[in-house]
Ligand binder design. Sequence first.
Ligand SMILES: Nc1ncnc2c1ncn2[C@@H]1O[C@H](COP(=O)(O)OP(=O)(O)OP(=O)(O)O)[C@@H](O)[C@H]1O
Ligand SMILES: [Mg+2]
Length: 473
Amino acid sequence: MSYVVDITRYPSPGALHHIIAAVSAGLTQPERDRDLPGIFERELQRLLAVRAVRLREIPVRYRPRLVTPTRTAESVVLGVPTTDSRTQAVLEASCGPDRSLDHADHELLAAAAHLGGLVLELARTRGQRRISTDGAAPLIGSSSVMQELRERVERVALTGFTALIEGESGTGKELVARQLHELSGRSGGPFVAVNCAAVVETLLEAELFGIEQGTATGVKGRRGKFENADLGTLFLDEVSDLSLSAQAKLLRAIQDVAIERVGGNNLRRLDTRIVVATNRPLAGLVAQGLFRADLFYRLSGVEVHVPPLRERRDDIPELANYFLSRHRQTREMRISAPAMEALRAYEWPGNVRELERLLESAVALAESDSIELDDLPPRVRGEFAEIVGRSLDHGHSMRAWASRYARLVYERCGHNKRRACRRLDISYHTLQAYLRYGGPALPGQSVRQLPAWVTSASQPDAIAAEAIDEADA
Ligand SMILES: Nc1ncnc2c1ncn2[C@@H]1O[C@H](COP(=O)(O)OP(=O)(O)OP(=O)(O)O)[C@@H](O)[C@H]1O
Ligand SMILES: [Mg+2]
């Protein structure tokens, strides 16, 4: 970087020292909690006693949104130096009616803008390191399901046994495998991932076990993934896609704790922990004769099941905010309450990966900095927008919603109030109140036509359940 921060020009360099001290203290925090731009903003805001300070990067495609650099008594927008010519960064500060920015404030902000360039650079290199190499990304989610998963991962990690991770596509199996490695005694060794479905079958053996020099004309000898993972963890993803012959070789490698390179005749002893993952339950494949039973028994026993996202809907807001925060440098965005409820209501067949991709596209395409119901693809906002969106438009109250739901459950319970109360987890008195309350029907729609997530009495939707709780209280 070619710029120099001349802090002597500012009449009170002590102010900059405060920011530098706060940012360097931030460097000692655990990586997942380290938000250097956030620390910088908060410290500068505190020093200036202004309403808001924002330090952000704006890639080229959002440039039209940029406010032209300005300096007024109420606000200031300054350019921040960046190392990437395609990216523009700005420091913005604004104050309320009771305060105006004077010359000294502008001087401090100008110096802070240079420092902001360094802060963004630090945050960026940290992000790159996280994506490309060691240090598994955090497993986000505080629901009880996720807490149980985390505890299981910690226990399994310590054993060092072969582990089998099962779960639908996109649930986070690879993330779990990385955590198993990071939390184990092998974290200093390599983590080597192989997607068994992506390797051409004829090359798989050489890929996994390596090949001896001169096995065929012109063939150079090389190590396989097993050897690369020596003293570390070998993660075999989509293991159900291995052919039966590859399964036999894998079984042998696991049993012997040794491998033989293709074209070689000596066994190499290895210390590699094997973690495998599959999105098709192996037991079912064994029953169909598609997966070797002996290998299955060798792999199973220490299993980790990663639940689908629809079984841990409480994690959706946390995950969504986490993914948005990862794009904070590109664009700072938030999700409106109705859009968040739609995310919670959706079934997520593609699980966390689908949520991650959806938010990426919202960051790129949404018109305002708030993701609204209309910014979500029709498949996601679908039922929610149709039902709740209309209620929103008509200003229906929570009581109307809760009452409609209570009446549905009451009907489903064969008009048995005692059973309905148990299902709804409300008192007899509250149920009576709901049944008396003749809330409005949805325009042009009978309650009987509501979609499954609203009408299913066995799985009351979180929104309706919350409404009832509130009314009950
Ligand atoms: N709990 C979580 N917290 C944060 N990110 C997550 C979480 N679960 C999944 N992800 C992210 O979702 C994406 C998909 O996760 P991953 O690749 O681990 O899924 P998978 O189960 O291996 O999928 P597949 O079966 O398709 O291989 C990744 O980008 C991952 O970082
Ligand atoms: Mg995977």
